[in-house]
Ligand binder design. Structure first.
Ligand code: PLP
Length: 230
């Protein structure tokens, strides 16, 4: 096995252990491998070990990779901030978007989704802890935005996504993830039908799974440290 494949098994073992500890079924959590800054070969290595869902932040970089690997049965998730002038590329190339935090972006994605492709699967990004540097809708605005997104013809609302500030320990991490889960449940109780709670990364996936995450987004623990050229 290659290094990436070894790392992937280790991450899967962490997810299994976290599901067991939380009394959840092992298939309740999907692993999204975050391949940003890594090349198509790294994605292929992960695919050879059974990984099919990949997350990317930088649209141009992602589109090259997606095109180079179009012969493989992969699903691509956009997890980076989206500017208006990038919505067309996102609508054309991705299967999922986790970072919708404005109606205008959602409308453009729906309008620009090419006919013939299935609906774009969408999560609303929520800024749960008010982290100033981060995108995301404030929790009190999530219901309205989610209801609006649910009406757009070429999008399918799947859930919410959050990136809390790094917490000092497991308990503190759980506390903030529990608030995201409570919001998710409250939105579903208001009539939305969402099945995806996208939260947890390399450093805090155990706490996220404890709180009810259904999709963890893991980069470093699979592919190693990143060099940024962006
Ligand atoms: C980069 C990134 C990740 C992966 O983070 P790691 O700490 O490398 O696991 C997850 N989610 C988002 C939104 C990211 O930008």
């Amino acid at each position: 096995m290659t290094t990436i494949q070894n790392h992937l098994s280790a991450v899967r073992a962490r997810i299994r252990a976290a599901c067991q500890a939380a009394g959840r079924s092992e298939d309740a959590v999907t692993l999204l491998a975050v391949s940003k800054t890594f090349g198509a070969e790294a994605v292929q290595e992960a695919f050879a070990a059974g990984q099919t869902a990949f997350g990317e932040n930088y649209i141009q970089e992602a589109v090259q990779k997606i095109s180079a690997l179009s012969h493989l049965p992969l699903t691509w998730h956009c997890i980076g901030p989206i500017q208006s002038n990038k919505t067309r590329l996102v609508a054309q190339h991705f299967d999922w978007v986790h970072t919708v935090d404005r109606l205008k972006i959602a409308q453009r994605l729906s309008e620009q989704r090419p006919p013939g492709l299935p609906a774009l699967q969408v999560c609303i990004q929520v800024n749960m802890d008010g982290g100033a540097s981060k995108s995301g809708v404030p929790p009190e605005d999530a219901l309205t935005l989610a209801q609006q997104v649910a009406t757009l013809p070429n999008l399918r609302l799947r859930g919410i996504m959050s990136i809390p500030e790094p917490a000092p320990d497991f308990e503190a991490s759980c506390a903030i993830f529990n608030r995201v889960k409570a919001l998710f449940d409250a939105l579903n109780a208001r009539g939305l039908v969402m099945d995806t709670l996208s939260m947890g990364m390399s450093a805090d996936l155990e706490a996220a799974i404890d709180a009810g995450s259904t999709m963890v987004r893991v980069g470093t623990a699979i592919f190693g440290g990143r060099n940024y050229f962006h």
